[in-house]
Design a protein around this ligand. Sequence first.
Ligand code: NAD
Length: 451
Amino acid sequence: MRISVIGTGYVGLVSGVCLSEKGHQVCCVDNDQAKVDKIRSGVAPFFEEGLEPLLRKHLGRGLTVATDIRASVHDSEMTLIAVGTPFDGREIDLSTVREVARQIGAALRDKPAYHTVVVKSTVVPGTTDGPVRAILERESGKKAGADFGLGMNPEFLTEGQAIEDFLEPDRIVMGGIDARTVEALDRLYAPFPDTPKLRTNCRTAEMIKYTSNAMLATAISFANEVGNLCEALGGIDVVEVMAGLHLAAYLRPYAERPGYVQAPLSAFFGAGCGFGGSCLPKDVKALIAHGERAGSPMPVLAAVMETNQGQPHRIEALLRKHFASLQGIRVAVLGLAFKPDTDDIRETPALPIIRDLLAAGAAVRAYDPAAVANAKAALRDDRVAFAASLEACIADAQAVVLVTRWSEFQKLPDLLAGRPQPPVVVDGRRALDKTRIARYEGIGLRAQETP
Ligand code: NAD
């Protein structure tokens, strides 16, 4: 098929490149000229394992990159909308989706052939059928269903394993306003014959995406609440509690699908310094706001967010157990990205943690294998030093805070072994073996006081 993808962010570019890999002709479109130039030269504008080789493999063959939405709509059979949908503090910000729908609609006005428009961005239920449909019809002067198809196809990829997730998805959800749209989506996903597919209407497809993210966020905040209680009670390590939980058959990965790589749900039932990223926080907040407006509040999800907002601040509290004052204390912060294997720092707990440390007067030195440039730009604070390596970051640290579960940080116990004055290590992800670290603190852990 000939596909145009609007937006070359984490979702748009990965989708475009992977759909080329699956044999489609793809045109990726973005209004950021610098980004388009970069992609055209074979360079990915963000870090994602395996993306660049695949991009170079298909550039100029099945894959082109452009800035012109109109031409790309005219030259394709289907357009996927993959632009950002941030939370504006009150509700989901659909301004970019609306703007792109407006341009696609205008392009459809003088395109005689049938075309299918598919929303891939995460949008609250009713968006595709509501504002997107209205804008497309108004700008094109045509009727959805009769003259063009309209669908909603949420994306479930996880940054850091996005290529793998896209090429071997666990599920494909295809929402459409009519059978013809769903048939077009069936053709798009024909190269994924073994993937379970759900065909439904657009509102349900939209809701499935939010429900998935809300469920993961709930798992994390649930585990954090349990961890916080473990800390308060003492003598209970939340890691062991969760290990016991994970043994339950309902939390194990699908044994019947050998080679299946998707992380099982148990990965989300783990305590830490809170979830971040471009999806869970904004999607849960948008769903809460949407429920509020619909007269159906979501107190469970409100509590999920409240617990999450408190988690980064627990790091400072754990440090304070060892230092009367943090003034001048040299703290190494390991990890800036919201999760490993990505350079994405959107809503990362690293930023509130660093701000807490700075406010307390600590001397902060941070390291991340991929996200330093993004974090520097977001922090804009000369007081934070950035190290070029893990070793340099922890060199003379009095305290080490692990924020992101990068596999490289597993070297930490070896690197610290034998230091005459070992630093306090605060494990914000419970990623390290606590028995191998002299002065260990972790979220959800407090040694039992001897009575
Ligand atoms: P992003 O911010 O990384 O990318 C959006 C892209 O759209 C940018 O490159 C931007 O330049 C471009 N853009 C903005 N306005 C445009 C316009 N008028 N015309 C053309 N291009 C324009 O966003 P993302 O992380 O890829 O997320 C996109 C959507 O997918 C969001 O709704 C998000 O919730 C959803 N989603 C994201 C993930 C993820 O892991 N990042 C996973 C699943 C779903």
